[in-house]
Design a binder for this molecule. Structure first.
Ligand code: ZN
Length: 288
């Protein structure tokens, strides 16, 4: 039985725009280790290609990304990977060290690496953009969403203070970020647009064209001008505490993982993809 696409990430270039597509649609593009490193390879390819001015990140199928892979047959959390940061291998470690090291490399480390890519990046978001999916959208410079897109970080239900790349108070006003995390509710594209978390909202059938229109517009600017502008704004965010704030949040995140393991023998506090999805669906049915 085939349970995986041959390539977990697809890559193509049209004019000056590279498209990187997460390609696990039957699992709502849940991000496993294999996909993480395939994404990194694709970003590197786009950076290395002088013809590429702008990079678009997409998800195949009905959803952008349901988040980190916490339950598909392709979950590969225990595997060693060809690491990109200088963290040592997590796979043969135990206790809190196992997950702290893995997530420092695969989640926080990789997200920071992608956020600082010296070319503009645009996330094209449809359907679900949940938890780890938010991290992938948030590392991009611009976000274009279709009107059926929704965003949520229900990780607090696991007793954990949100996802590893803790950009919430930068993406949203702190009061809204608290609401977003405290309730775990879905935020629809329209509200995300009003709050400044996304740049454009359009009909689902226009999403691709709208995203490409924006990408091509940005691509008219000179490469170095774009790279320096991106650095200048990212630097301001870091001076405002984005990077150092994330360090503290990452430590609290891992205190929670370890506490969960001590209390329940399970790093996610007994939750899995099924139980999280059931709760999210129930909440959505209640119209909250
Ligand atoms: Zn984690």
């Amino acid at each position: 039985m085939v349970t995986e696409e041959k390539d977990s990430v697809l890559y193509d270039v049209h004019a000056e725009v590279a498209s990187i597509t997460m390609n696990r649609p039957r699992y709502r593009n849940a991000q496993n280790g294999r996909m993480t490193y395939a994404l990194d390879d694709a970003f590197k390819r786009a950076v290395d290609d002088d013809c590429v001015k702008v990079i678009v990140l997409k998800g195949a199928g009905r959803h952008f990304s349901a988040g980190h892979d916490i339950g598909t047959p392709g979950r590969d959390i225990n595997d060693s990977q060809d690491r990109k940061t200088l963290w040592y291998d997590h796979a043969d470690k135990t206790g809190g060290e196992f997950l702290y090291v893995r997530e420092a490399e695969a989640y926080l480390g990789m997200c920071r690496r992608w956020r600082d890519i010296p070319k503009p990046t645009i996330a094209m978001v449809q359907g679900a953009c949940i938890a780890g999916g938010l991290m992938l959208a948030w590392v991009c410079d611009l976000i274009v969403a279709s009107d059926d897109a929704f965003f949520s970080d229900p990780v607090v239900r696991m007793g954990i203070p949100g996802v590893e790349y803790f950009a919430h108070p930068f993406e949203l006003h702190p009061r809204i970020a608290k609401e977003f995390l405290f309730t775990g509710e879905r935020m629809n594209a329209e509200r995300a647009y009003r709050l400044g978390m996304v740049n454009r909202v359009c009909k689902r059938e226009e999403l691709e064209a709208e995203t490409l229109r924006l990408a091509n517009k940005v691509a008219e600017m000179p490469r170095l001008g774009l790279a320096l502008t991106k650095q200048a704004i990212n630097n301001i965010e870091d001076l405002q505490g984005k990077r150092t704030g994330m360090e503290a949040a990452y430590a609290w995140h891992h205190f929670a993982h370890t506490h969960n393991e001590l209390e329940t023998g399970h790093k996610l506090g007994g939750q899995d993809a099924k139980s999280m999805a059931a709760k999210n669906t129930e909440q959505n049915k209640q119209g909250i």
